[in-house]
Design a protein around this ligand. Structure first.
Ligand code: FES
Length: 576
């Protein structure tokens, strides 16, 4: 960094607005048509406000208003804001899964920035896939970019008890199925679990990824922890708008910020937060867009040295609102200073170390001191073995410790519908020691690698008091979920990974401390099964789905499209 300050005629938008030709006449006259005088934009940075607001996305309800607050900051700093809506990826509604469309939003972000006269951008996201998608697209385009997180919603409430997104839905759904709460109770929980704008307020994928964005230097300090409903969130939106204008003049581009230091800092933050397993897939994709090598082994290596300090659900007790009041991410990162690279640059022009210096913890049960971590290490763990030659992941922080080393016989479901049809069958030959296996739930098999990985515990076992079992799939798991769920098995069963060869009754051994997952079946028998295996039909023959199936990489490679992963930014279009 420390480049010479840009001149107005060096702005990318100058080629749209600043030159004297017929095309720029069109650009200026059409801008006038929208009610802007040339003095509103002439010689100013044009800032694209990429907004993932939608009527169908409850996590981004406030983004219409927040976009106005971002624009206020851009105007004040001498920029020209242009809001550009992008596909919203609403986690609770989009089928089969938002993950199918993460790369579509990344492509849309990149192409919006390329096709229009943007000099820089504010990325407005938060609901799970929106954060990685926006960042991936911005990295590929590499214009000055700053991320504005949606912020978590307020704590849920039911009869005075705190409810957490996802986690308490799974918990009380199990209690309903076990007959311990009534339908009326369940209805009251439905009304009280999500009671303000903002993304899920557990340490699910949304909180994990917005925190990762802050730790890698892409937000203003403190932005990721502020609840969406707090007035300080609106203030942060305006400050973010102000800052991006200076970033354009200073030519601060995201590939200068997201380097190997930033990626390691983000991984370390995710681990200390007890963050979502989904972060593994997203951070690998983000890193590779930035040209940084990141693989599963790096996650595992950092997990072995990083304590979980955030006492947040699903691994711990509290919610994001408590985390904010306790000091938020800056305070947590300050506790980890020796495990971070403090020299990493950030969007405000200061280093990460400068941004977290002096950040205090105001409640040391929410943000634990290093001497009293929630979990000493291994917030996430990477498993390998003959069942997952390219890796699988598990969240030891969110499972019953008795299952860390476990052997059991497989109960296999060939796909999600098979599981839904049979899981509660009283005749299903399953007991508390069984290992439940779901096939065809990976990037290409499901398709889209949905969050099916927290496979349900059979009703008869729930009624007997069982609340955790070993479960294995090539799916992902919601960051708000918990349990002994082996996820992201690679290669996936749909393309002939060993998971496709598992049969009912096979012995499977899980050894989390030893990082192993093994199918105890003779090699000759596995080869017989492989010879008899036929690839399933593909799900899509046309449209985006067909493109997705052709180009999506496996989970251990971040599920990006092969043609988007790396390389220099595509050149700007010829301007005519
Ligand atoms: Fe949007 Fe959870 S549903 S973050």
């Amino acid at each position: 960094m420390n480049k010479p300050r840009k001149k107005p005629e060096q702005l990318r938008s100058h080629r749209w607005y600043g030159v004297k030709d017929l095309r720029s006449f069109g650009h200026r006259s059409r801008t006038a048509q929208m009610g802007y005088h040339r003095s509103d934009y002439a010689g100013k940075p044009v800032i694209a406000v990429i907004n993932t607001w939608s009527d169908i996305n409850p996590c981004h309800t406030h983004f219409r208003q927040r976009a106005e607050e971002v624009k206020r900051g851009i105007w004040q700093a001498g920029g020209f804001p242009v809001e550009m809506p992008a596909i919203s990826l609403s986690e609770p509604f989009q089928k089969p899964t938002t993950m199918l469309y993460r790369n579509l939003l990344a492509m849309e972000t990149e192409e919006l920035l390329r096709g229009y006269p943007a000099d820089g951008c504010v990325l407005m996201g938060g609901c799970d896939k929106t954060t990685p998608a926006l960042i991936m697209g911005a990295l590929s385009m590499n214009l000055p970019a700053i991320f504005m997180p949606a912020g978590p919603m307020l704590r849920g409430n039911w009869r005075g008890d705190t409810l957490g997104s996802g986690s308490d839905a799974w918990k009380y759904w199990a209690e309903l199925r076990a007959g311990n709460i009534s339908e009326d109770d369940w209805g009251e929980i439905e009304d009280g679990i999500a009671r303000s704008p903002g993304h899920c307020m557990t340490m699910g994928t949304a909180s994990t990824m917005t925190s990762a964005a802050e730790a890698m230097g892409l937000t203003l300090p403190g932005a990721a922890s502020i609840p969406a409903a707090d007035s300080r969130h609106a203030q942060m939106a305006t400050l973010t708008g102000k800052r991006i204008v200076d970033m354009v003049w200073e030519d601060v581009c995201p590939r200068e910020i997201v380097d190997s230091r930033a990626i390691d800092n983000a991984v370390t933050a995710v681990l200390a937060l007890g963050g979502s397993t989904n972060a593994i897939v997203h951070l690998i994709a983000i890193a590779r867009r930035a040209g940084v090598a990141l693989d599963l082994d790096r996650f595992d290596a950092l997990a072995r040295r990083t304590p979980v300090l955030a006492n947040l659900r699903p691994s711990g007790k509290y919610l994001m609102e408590d985390f904010f009041y306790a000091g938020g991410l800056r305070a947590l990162l300050a506790q980890l200073a020796d495990l971070l690279d403090a020299s990493a640059p950030t969007v405000n022009g200061r280093s990460l170390g400068e941004n977290i210096d002096g950040a205090a913890v105001f409640n040391d049960d929410v943000i634990r001191p290093r001497a009293r971590p929630l979990i000493e290490r291994d917030g996430l763990a990477v498993l390998r073995g003959n069942l997952a030659p390219d890796g699988a992941v598990i969240k030891p922080a969110a499972m019953e410790p008795r299952l860390l080393k476990h052997a059991g016989h497989a109960v296999v479901f060939r796909d999600y519908n098979d599981m839904a049809a049979r899981i509660d069958d009283p005749q299903l030959p399953v007991d508390a020691d069984s290992v439940i296996v779901l096939q065809s739930a990976g990037p290409r098999g499901a398709p889209g690698m949905p969050e099916w990985g927290q496979l349900p515990i059979p009703k008869k076992l729930l009624a007997a008091g069982v609340r955790d079992m070993v479960r294995i799939s090539d799916a992902r798991m919601s960051g708000t979920s918990y349990g002994a769920c082996v996820l992201h098995v690679a290669p996936e069963s749909h393309i002939g990974g060993p998971l496709a060869l598992v049969r009912d009754g096979d012995l499977i051994e899980l050894d989390v401390p030893g990082r192993r997952i093994e199918l105890q079946v003779e090699q000759a028998e596995l080869e017989r099964r492989r010879a008899a295996w036929t690839p399933p039909a593909e799900h899509y023959g046309r449209g985006f789905g067909a493109m997705y199936l052709k180009h999506v990489r496996q989970a251990n490679d971040g599920c990006d499209f092969d043609f988007l992963e790396a390389g220099p930014p595509t050149p700007d279009p010829e301007i005519h």
